[in-house]
Design a binder for this molecule. Sequence first.
Ligand code: ADP
Ligand code: TRP
Length: 321
Amino acid sequence: MRVLSGIQPTGRFHWGNYFGAIRQYIDLQHEEASYYFIADLHALTTIHEPERLRQLTIDAAIDLLALGLDPTKAVLFAQSDVPEVSELCWLLMTVAPMGLLERCHAYKDKLAKGLPSGVGLFTYPVLMAADILAYDSDVVPVGEDQVQHIEVCRDLAGAFNARFGQDVFRLPKAKILDHSAKVPGTDGEKMSKSYKNVLELFEPEAPLRKSIMRITTDSRPMEEPKEPDGDHLYQLFRLFATDEEREEMSATYRRGNFGYGQVKKALADVSQRYFADARVRRDALAADPEKVNAILRDGAERARKAASAVLLRAQRACGLR
Ligand code: ADP
Ligand code: TRP
């Protein structure tokens, strides 16, 4: 089984990205083949400062490696290092109906808000389809927000196969990740860069603690017993806590007579503990950019080998080469 997924380097990773996506990709790296890439071409639809894009791309690679992605098991690379994907994207565009792309939410939402949207955003799902098809992927682990794009990928692959031969592209399946819509942010809404409510994975400890202390809470009296399950502070705590700590904390909630400040402090402690080893690995990688570049170069080489075979198959099928 071949697993593939990508993540956009549009900001530093946050807890939502980790529990909703990254942790689960890493768990899948033991599959027979797995490809993970940093979607810098997709990020160009939102990031327009060259140095920032370069830095975010390298930071994303460092973060993934620090969090446990093992480049001897998985192929890790930057999307733009595999030009075959952009060529494949064009071939897929020739079978893509306008109406299909007009229904895609990234474009549709912008249009509905009256915001200007470019052709890049409009054709974003076609590039994503090329990403997936280029490696003969079977399974694409993604959050719920990306499921529509996997459907588009299947439609485009099916349309190309119907026109040029049934065996050109392998049709992938989405694997919807647990928690993918669920990690709450500091205001209780879904954690997301666009809501400015994120807790970053590798923010230095002092400012991160400050952000945790600013998580919104309700104003019920301290003595009142509370139900932990609907509380976003507890939901964050349970992501990091051991079973024992979780039981203890939910008993505290149900008893009442506790302050949210105490829960926030406990959250800061358990989250710090959880990422402590990753922080050490991250510091070491950040101090050795040549090592990170070498991993990305090697990943790109392996990815290009797979992608060029698929591109050639598609080109031959439609009368090119
Ligand atoms: P953001 O919303 O901050 O821009 P992205 O859309 O770049 O994050 O997220 C990349 C992936 O991380 C998503 O596909 C999704 O699976 C996961 N993710 C993002 N935010 C959350 C969250 N709050 N809870 C769970 N998963 C999330
Ligand atoms: N569009 C995805 C996101 O925003 C990132 C992405 C690009 C991707 N290409 C992909 C994910 C291919 C899975 C497969 O999260």
